[in-house]
Structure formats: C-alpha cells, structure tokens
Design a binder for this molecule. Structure first.
Ligand SMILES: Nc1nc2c(ncn2[C@@H]2O[C@H](COP(=O)(O)OP(=O)(O)OP(=O)(O)O)[C@@H](O)[C@H]2O)c(=O)[nH]1
Ligand SMILES: [Mg+2]
Ligand SMILES: [Zn+2]
Length: 300
C-alpha cells in the first residue's frame, strides 16, 4: 500500500484540485470516488500516483467553512480561514445588503471580519461611501481605507493584519480584490479589469478561488471571484442571530427564551430598536434572512 501524504488545497478546478505538499510541491489531485467536497484552504490526505498526481482520500477536520446557499445552489467559499477581508470600494457602488449578509455569514462561522474600503483616491464618492459605512463603524467592525494600487499604503495598513494567518478576500466584482492581491503578492499576476470593460452582469474577472503565500510575512491570502448574491439558507435562526452581535446585550431582556425578535411582546431587541440603539436597516436584514429561511424550509 502506498503511504498517505498530507497537503493543503490551494485551488479547485471543477473535477480536480491543486494541492500543495509541505515541501512546496504542487500536486494535481483527483477525488477518489464521487465525493468531491474539498474546498480551497482544506487540509487533505492523498495517495501519490506517480510524481505529480494523487488521489484525494480524505478532507481533514475543518476549523471553519465559509459557505453561501441560495435557493438553487450553494457554494463553499473557503475552509480554515482565520480572517475575512470584505473588500468594498468608493466606486462602483457596493451593496449594503450584501455587506450585511457577508458580515452575518462571517460571524456565524466564527470568522473575524474586517472591512476594507478601497479606491479612496476617488475623492468624489468618498464621503458618501463613508456615510453608508456608519452603521458598521457603530458595530465596532474594523474598517480600513486604502488605495489597493499603492504599495506603501498596503504595506502599512494591510500587511500587519495578515501575518501568519489565512485571510480570505471576498466582495463584489470590481471592488479591487485581485488588485490588492497583486500589490501584496506581485508574483500572483492576477488579472484585474475595469468594471465598465466587464461584459455586464455575471461577468467576473477572477473566475476561480486560489490561495497565495505572502512573500515575506508568513501568511496566506485567498482571492475569489466576485459574487452577486449571498444566501444564508443553510443557517438556523440561531446562527443568523449570531450574525448580528449587536443584539447580544439585549437578548437577556426577551421574555421568551425562543424569541425571534420579530413580533413578540417584551422583546429586548425590538425595545432597543424602538430606542434606536439597534440600527433599523440591520434589524430589517435580520428579518429578511429569517423569513427567507422559514419560506425555504416550508417548501423543501
Ligand atoms: N482608482 C482606483 N482603482 C482601483 C483601485 N484598486 C483597484 N482598482 C481598479 O478597479 C478595477 C477592478 O479591480 P479588480 O482587482 O479586478 O477587482 P476584483 O474585486 O478582483 O473583481 P472580480 O475578480 O471580478 O471579483 C481594476 O480596473 C483596478 O485597476 C484603487 O485603489 N483605486
Ligand atoms: Mg478579481
Ligand atoms: Zn426578542
């Protein structure tokens, strides 16, 4: 019997994976049998078949898995992530709804999110973008303003956060994820493109998720294709609640232990909402997520 080797998935390409061995060798890896649920960031067990190919035998236990699930599809973003960097930009416009969902997905998976506001050189839209971020400042989320093309800024403001961690870059198309990657890892040579050049909705410049090593810092960065939806149908109502940490201090004031904070009497969250201590748009997002989940469950 061939000895088993361990490695980490650095890229997934439909039917096969690229796995990196501890010595840095890159192995083309096919899943054994039909099961094909490894994702970028996974630690896996392989049996070598020749010098640079192997069978993927087993996905080792995950620390976490960031996931999205919409009505007709679900997608694993990445596994074993220490930190999520949500990239938004002064232009094109970012979606508050998607930003809120991404944060909720991150917190409910126990991954610390950081928001990066990119393209701050586009001064015209800067104040408006900052104003839209006000609720997220209030939540205490770390928000970093950068120009991803500027190596000095990136080195000072972003690099210190990345050391010895696996960081996932996530966000809508054209926000500058791959631009930031290229500034940090020049050898990545990732393609970047003006949004106006992209051929309408559904076109992303980056087409697959991939993990890169930072050249000097020790730490990994995962670049991913932009998304247009972030369904959270796989989360239970309790998981969704964990995606809204600002509810936390008020939960003890709810009369019912299984309060859903939507219509119940003596609800601490609704009371705080009434006093404007909880942001109305955030509570509305929570209700949308819980209602989508309930509708999905009752039809499946
Ligand atoms: N003005 C300005 N433009 C930037 C900045 N960072 C990135 N861009 C531009 O924004 C466009 C989109 O950048 P990408 O890095 O391709 O965006 P992305 O998030 O990787 O997009 P997808 O791969 O489609 O998800 C490119 O034309 C970049 O040159 C910045 O700091 N300022
Ligand atoms: Mg990209
Ligand atoms: Zn309540």
């Amino acid at each position: 019997m061939t000895a088993r080797t361990q490695g980490r998935v650095i890229a997934a390409h439909g039917r096969h994976y690229t796995v990196e061995l501890p010595d840095g060798a890159l192995i083309k890896c096919f899943p054994r049998g039909k099961k094909n649920d490894a994702t970028v960031g996974d630690y896996v067990e392989l049996t070598m078949q020749g010098a640079d190919e192997a069978a993927l035998e087993k996905v080792l236990e995950r620390k976490n898995l960031l996931f999205r699930s919409d009505e007709n599809r679900s997608k694993q973003f990445a596994a074993n992530v220490d930190q999520l960097m949500i990239i938004i930009a002064v232009a094109p416009n970012f979606s508050d709804d998607l930003l809120g969902r991404t944060l909720a997905g991150s917190w409910s998976a126990d991954i610390t999110p950081v928001i990066v506001l990119n393209k701050v050189d586009l001064l015209e839209g800067l104040e408006a973008a900052r104003a839209r971020l006000a609720p997220f400042y209030q939540l205490g989320v770390q928000i970093i303003e950068i120009c991803a093309r500027d190596p000095q800024q990136v080195e000072q403001l972003i690099l210190p956060l990345l050391r010895d961690k696996t960081t996932l870059l996530l966000g809508q198309s054209a926000m500058g994820k791959s631009t930031l990657l290229n500034t940090l890892v020049p050898l990545a040579l990732a393609a970047t493109r003006e949004h106006s050049v992209a051929l309408g909705a559904g076109k992303h410049t980056t087409t697959s998720t991939r993990l890169y090593h930072l050249p000097d810092a020790g730490g990994d960065l995962i670049d991913s294709p932009g998304f247009q939806g972030f369904g959270l149908l796989h989360l239970t109502r309790e998981d969704i609640e964990r995606g809204f940490p600002e509810f936390g201090p008020y939960l003890a004031e709810c009369r019912f232990y299984n309060c859903t904070h939507q219509h119940e009497p003596n609800c601490g969250v609704l009371a705080a909402l009434g006093r404007h201590e909880i942001n109305a748009a955030r509570h509305a997002l929570y209700v949308r997520l819980v209602e989508a989940k309930a509708a999905h469950d009752s039809y499946s």
